[in-house]
Design a protein around this ligand. Structure first.
Ligand code: FPP
Length: 244
């Protein structure tokens, strides 16, 4: 039985989020520039998106560029932005063919003008697609997102007794997107790196040694299979969960 066949389709995570890490190290191992690693990272993005959609996952969120990534050398930032524009441009047709909607979270207005326009254009063109949403986290960080939500709540004059988890969630850039049940990080680092801190309160965390450019469909199946063999208790006891 293949790993894919072992996955229980009835217990799929509705939302998987991924911290794609290790492009730089992958390239270094091959004696190449970091940019080479990012280019090969696109193949992993394509494979993972295809695998998630084929299984029936409804939301796939990819951490493509963090607020902190702006501090990388200018050459690397510029190359990543160019790659992003090129990839979005190249893949919009394929997204439509596969009924996949493109969404983005983060401080999108801080992106270079052409990148922001390309992104908005692709989101508009794929807006009616219903099979899966591919969510790109761009110029994203949780601390930025949470502060931005607090500022807008105050600006809107919301009274303290109106503020609950639901209202707060609706002010985050992920509004309308369910919290991820599964968060994957590649490259053997055990960190969250300012990603979806509010939304992963009860997510299952999965870490793999694989560097992102080497991540393939089988690696996604492995993560989902591992997730399906865990007991999610949400603060309750094991006995309470089994009684359900
Ligand atoms: C982390 O590896 C990766 C990134 C900061 C960028 C991710 C971008 C891509 C995979 C390409 C474009 C993506 C899309 C969605 C079109 P790193 O550079 O931090 O690697 P290192 O930790 O080994 O240095």
């Amino acid at each position: 039985m293949s790993l894919k066949e072992k996955i229980d389709i009835l217990k799929l995570p509705e939302h998987i989020a991924i911290i794609m890490d290790g492009n730089g190290r992958w390239a270094k191992q091959k004696g190449k520039s970091r940019i080479f690693g990012h280019h090969h990272g696109v193949t992993a993005v394509r494979e993972t998106t295809e695998a998630a959609a084929e299984l029936g996952v409804k939301f796939l969120t990819l951490y493509a560029f963090s607020t902190e990534n702006w501090n990388r050398p200018k050459y690397e930032v510029d190359s990543l932005m160019k790659l992003l524009v090129k990839t979005i441009n190249n893949e919009t047709k394929t997204l439509n063919k596969n009924n996949i909607r493109l969404l983005a979270i983060g401080d999108l207005k801080s992106l270079p003008g052409n990148c922001y326009e390309e992104l908005n254009d692709a989101m508009r063109k794929t807006a009616a697609n219903t099979r899966m949403s591919l969510v790109l986290a761009l110029s994203y960080s949780s601390k930025w997102e949470i502060l931005d939500a607090v500022k807008r709540i105050v600006k809107d004059g919301i009274k303290t007794d109106q503020i609950d988890q639901e209202l707060f969630s609706s002010y985050l850039t992920t509004t309308g997107i369910p919290d991820p049940e599964l968060l994957i990080r590649t490259s053997g680092e055990y960190r969250i790196s300012n990603f979806l801190l509010w939304q992963i309160a009860y997510s299952e965390l999965y870490f793999t040694q694989k560097l992102w450019p080497d991540f393939r469909k089988e690696d996604l199946y492995e993560a989902i299979f591992n997730y399906q063999n865990r007991e999610r208790r949400f603060g309750k006891t094991s006995e309470q969960i089994k009684q359900k």
